[in-house]
Design a protein around this ligand. Structure first.
Ligand code: EPU
Length: 347
């Protein structure tokens, strides 16, 4: 086991991007599947609570964790197959997501560039099917390997097995808490070998605007990556400076009839049609209209340039952030009759 250590009463503050100061009863970092298997078979932890931690960028701790926290530190990136302009790349679950995206763009492997700049780890990315600027993880997903924390056995998942949805998968639903994702593979395009021009995803309004004339011709992976990172920097707070976990709520999806009725009462309400006739409404707009943008409540607050992001102004408890979230939900429900659902996992 190369000296894997289990630490007691470990502060989790450096391990969650909200910067909430809770502790874990036990904490261990695993660097490979052998260490993980030994850990889950350790009698001390067989019956207790367990939590898998990636980058800690999509969760809100509301109390001390009375069990074992396992930090995924499984590294490694390699090409597993190559044919023509197709390449499959496999990354360890403990790799930083954005370092992995950067590795892909540096190697001229296309497909993940719109997902640049997202905090968190590779292993956490499929759990909520991360998405941004017109792309979602599921679009290039090939498969993943995960260890069942009850048995210690490795299982393989196809896209179908994962049942990806909008910010959703089996790992958030029926299999929540059951697996640690050890590796994820992606189907990418080798730009140097691409027979036809690669189709960059530039339909998202803000991205198209940032790329300007370049969107029509002469685009590079690096240019898209830089544009996406630029948009994110301008709007989303850097967790290293201001604690946050990105979008706190999901964007709600409404039946078209409900959306049309609401739009009559609330002029300018934006909506994006989805497959199946539903309309997705930006939760940030609803929250802003309720007057919450930039507001503080105790040590928690709503970000001033993106109302969908809740922030820790310093020393906030998870409970304070949760109270703020409840107040926002009440107002949005009262004003629009829409129930917001959290996007972050509340622990
Ligand atoms: N808007 C406002 N006020 C705000 C924020 C947004 O009116 O304070 C409205 C505007 O109409 C704006 C629209 O919402 O045009 C969309 O805003 P934005 O492009 O910032 O996207 P979003 O819908 O708020 C989603 C994802 C983000 C992702 C962006 C870009 C969810 C829950 N969030 O946000 O993901 O980066 O699109 O694709 O779907 C995350 O998951 O943590 C995350 C940041």
């Amino acid at each position: 086991m190369r000296g894997m250590e289990v630490v007691s009463r470990k502060s989790l503050q450096p391990f969650n991007t909200f910067g909430i100061g809770v502790t874990a009863k036990y904490f261990a970092e695993v660097r490979d599947t052998e260490e993980l298997r030994a850990l889950v078979r350790d009698k001390r932890f067989c019956d207790g609570k367990r939590l898998v931690l990636g980058g800690g960028s999509n969760l809100l701790f509301t109390e001390d964790f009375d069990g074992l926290v396992v930090k995924n530190a499984i590294r490694g990136i390699r090409v597993t197959s190559e044919a023509g302009d197709r390449v499959v790349v496999r990354a360890g679950g403990g790799e930083s997501w954005d370092a992995f995206v950067s590795w892909c763009t540096d190697h001229d492997y296309a497909g993940l560039e719109n997902l640049s700049g997202i905090p968190g780890s590779v292993g956490a990315a499929p759990v909520q099917n991360i998405g941004a600027y017109g792309a979602e993880l599921k679009d290039t997903f090939e498969g993943l390997e995960a260890v069942d924390l009850a048995s210690g056995e490795t299982e393989r998942f196809s896209a179908r097995d994962c049942a990806f949805g909008y910010r959703d998968s089996v790992f958030k639903g029926k299999d929540a808490g059951r697996f640690l994702i050890t590796a994820v593979s992606f189907r990418l395009t080798r730009l140097d070998a691409a027979a036809q021009a690669y189709r960059f995803q530039t339909e998202y309004g803000e991205l198209r605007a940032a790329l300007g004339d370049r969107a029509a011709s002469g685009l590079t992976l690096q240019a898209v990556r830089e544009a996406v990172c630029g948009i994110r920097k301008a709007k989303l707070p850097d967790p290293a400076v201001l604690g946050n976990a990105g979008s706190f709520f999901k964007n709600p999806s409404l039946p078209a009839g409900v959306f049309e009725r609401l739009q009559k009462h609330h002029a300018g309400m934006p909506g994006y049609p989805e497959a199946g006739g539903a309309v997705k409404v930006p939760a940030g707009w609803l929250i802003e209209k309720c007057g919450w943008k930039g507001r503080r409540q105790g040590r928690a607050g709503v970000h001033e340039t993106q109302a969908l992001v809740l922030v820790n102004h310093g020393g906030a408890t998870g409970k304070e952030v949760l109270d703020l979230a409840h107040a926002i939900r009440r107002d949005v429900a009262g004003t629009f009759g829409i129930e917001l659902t959290p996007e972050v996992t509340i622990v």
